[in-house]
Design a protein around this ligand. Structure first.
Ligand code: CMC
Length: 391
């Protein structure tokens, strides 16, 4: 059994070759198809970034218009899906609902589940990117007991999502351009992050030939955990629990205490041993958005103070723990009006673009094989069965 390399958590195993995303964790660099994340967040749009991740190049104007038109055409979901939602308890966590409804898409769209057909793969990819905002907004509406809103394809991807989430049929919803642009930026910053746990899950599920809807549902399930996408929800809950800057030292002490399982949520990363470049963009955006919206949230002050104290603390310096993408995103999302239970749903919505790009890359890779890790067996050696009377 000693023939395999033991690498729990895959800290040093490359599971694939990829041309999509590059990370230099020591330098704090993140590139999508070669483009730095801060430039994309400042200058691009989520539609453009989705196209870039999938196709390898930024689209020209005609390509972007065509892609946006295609995504818009697929924003509606099968009417029967509304019934599917109604089977859930009203107090269900929206991530529980999302794993269910996205998994169910393969039952609604079986005309795009044949993965050997490039056309079906393309349609399924477009459907997933297009329908995620509709499904996510429906998950929210369901929990608060408001009617589902149909998409309005005259709006942008982010604008449409905001309207479906916060609009009501009785009133016209005006998309606030500040919120729309902040939302789009958050989507860009979450779009892809190479072989993280959920993306690896999507690839592993896909390696068996499972259809893309099922694979993305697997990714959503993995993303939900508090060590991964669930950290944005956990980070904001933690900041609210801390409440005021004077209580920070108590939490820092807990995070450093080996006997206390508590960790500073939104801090630390498997790959970044320096600033997470996404956190830097979000930190700036948090101030901008709150200023523009005229909101003063003590949670942002607590976050800033916590960051300053942690960055000067020897424990965090030695372990190279810096704020990650989940540290500031919650502050912005809560300023926009999302409850914490929706934070990871938004992460899943945006990450769908990356999952789909990675899934397509894997399916078309000539070296692609079913993912099948080995193990080091440490259990009992062979022994004879003993009947229950003799045990
Ligand atoms: N607070 C306190 N100590 C920490 C933290 C933290 N947030 N993160 C890591 N450490 C310590 C940890 O106790 C360990 O100490 P020691 O070497 O003495 O045992 C050391 O730093 C290394 O941690 P690890 O758990 O072995 O590192 P990992 O690469 O397996 O874990 C992580 C990375 C992100 C899961 C971890 O840093 C963590 O749990 N952070 C909090 C949750 C979080 O913010 N997750 C979001 C990740 S970013 C994007 C996303 O996926 O959403």
């Amino acid at each position: 059994t000693g023939a395999f390399t033991y690498d729990p958590g895959f800290t040093s195993t490359a599971s694939c070759e990829s041309k999509i995303t590059y990370i230099d964790g020591d330098a704090g660099i993140l590139l999508h198809r070669g483009y730095p994340i801060d430039q994309l967040a400042e200058k691009s749009s989520f539609m453009e970034v989705s196209y870039l991740l999938m196709n390898g190049e930024l689209p020209n104007k005609a390509e972007l218009d065509n892609f946006t038109y295609t995504i818009n055409r697929h924003t509606m979901v099968h009417e029967q899906l509304a019934t599917f939602y109604r089977g859930f308890r009203r107090d269900a966590h929206p991530m529980a609902v999302m794993t269910g409804v996205v998994g169910a898409l393969s039952a609604f769209y079986h005309d795009s589940t044949d993965i050997s057909d490039p056309d079906q793969r393309r349609i399924a990819s477009h459907r997933l990117i297009a329908k995620m905002p509709t499904l996510a907004a429906m998950a929210y509406k369901y929990t608060i007991g408001q009617p589902f809103l149909y998409p309005d394809n005259n709006l942008s991807y982010a604008g449409n999502f905001l309207r479906m989430t916060f609009g009501v049929p009785a009133e016209e919803y005006q998309v606030d351009p500040i919120i729309e642009s902040a939302m789009d930026k958050i989507f860009i910053l979450h779009a892809d992050h190479e072989q993280n746990a959920s993306t690896s899950t999507v690839r592993l599920a896909g390696s068996s030939g499972a259809n893309p809807f099922a694979c993305i549902a697997a990714g959503i399930a993995c993303l939900w955990g508090p060590a991964h996408g669930g950290a944005n929800e956990a980070a904001l809950n933690m900041l609210r629990e801390i409440g005021t800057p004077d209580r920070i030292p108590e939490y820092i002490a807990r995070a450093k205490n080996k006997d206390d399982p508590f960790r500073l949520m939104g801090f630390g990363h498997r790959v970044y041993k320096n600033f997470d470049p996404r956190a830097q963009v979000l930190s700036k955006a948090a101030t901008e958005v709150l200023d523009k919206l005229g909101i003063s949230d003590p949670v942002l002050d607590t976050a800033r103070e916590l960051e300053q104290i942690a960055l000067k603390d020897q424990y965090f310096i030695d372990k190279k723990l810096y704020p990650n993408v989940d540290f500031y995103s919650g502050v912005i999302l809560s300023a926009i009006g999302f409850p914490t239970s929706m934070f990871t749903v938004l992460f899943a919505l945006a990450r769908t673009a990356g999952w789909i790009a990675q899934w397509n890359e894997m399916i078309t890779d000539p070296d692609q094989k079913i993912g099948r890790p080995r193990q080091l067996y440490t259990g009992a050696t062979q022994r004879d069965y003993v009947s229950v009377e003799s045990r």
